[in-house]
Design a protein around this ligand. Sequence first.
Ligand SMILES: [Ca+2]
Length: 182
Amino acid sequence: MERLNFKKIIVTIFCLTVLLHAQNEVCFEIEENPNAGDPAFQCFSKYINVLDCFEVYAQQNISDEKVLHVAAVAAELLDNDEDGVVDDEALFNELQFQQALMPVFTYDGNSCMDEFEDHYNGDGVSAVLFRNEIDPAQPGHWGDDATVKRFYTQSIMLVMYQFIQIYLIFPQTLQSCLMLWI
Ligand SMILES: [Ca+2]
């Protein structure tokens, strides 16, 4: 039940919104897609593993700059003190457990997105990004860069999904926990 410290996770996520810097200095390298043989992932050629709990998959024609920006935003939000460890252990465990990932497509409804939707059977995706939604020069700026918003959507929805699953199985236990939080 410790993994479901939901209130703490939500508070942490919104606090980090305030702390997000205009630019970050996290360094990543783009790797080859480690799951290129999986039909759901075969159209992605760029890959970054962020802090062992969040993966970024991108199509070949997404610029390296944009792929690195997505990873850097995720890293900065997860590890605001930049010590290489996710600041919130509960959130780390949840993202890792769900095998959270962010697919980056060139545009909505393209063939890669169709393949992904047809073959992906996991629970680690709650949001996607498109090429024209990413602007490394204006991180988080409304109308220009949706990376921050999509990452929050992803994190919150994954935690909510787990929250609801537990509620369906152990409703009384969860209600007791909620009473303690109030
Ligand atoms: Ca940290």
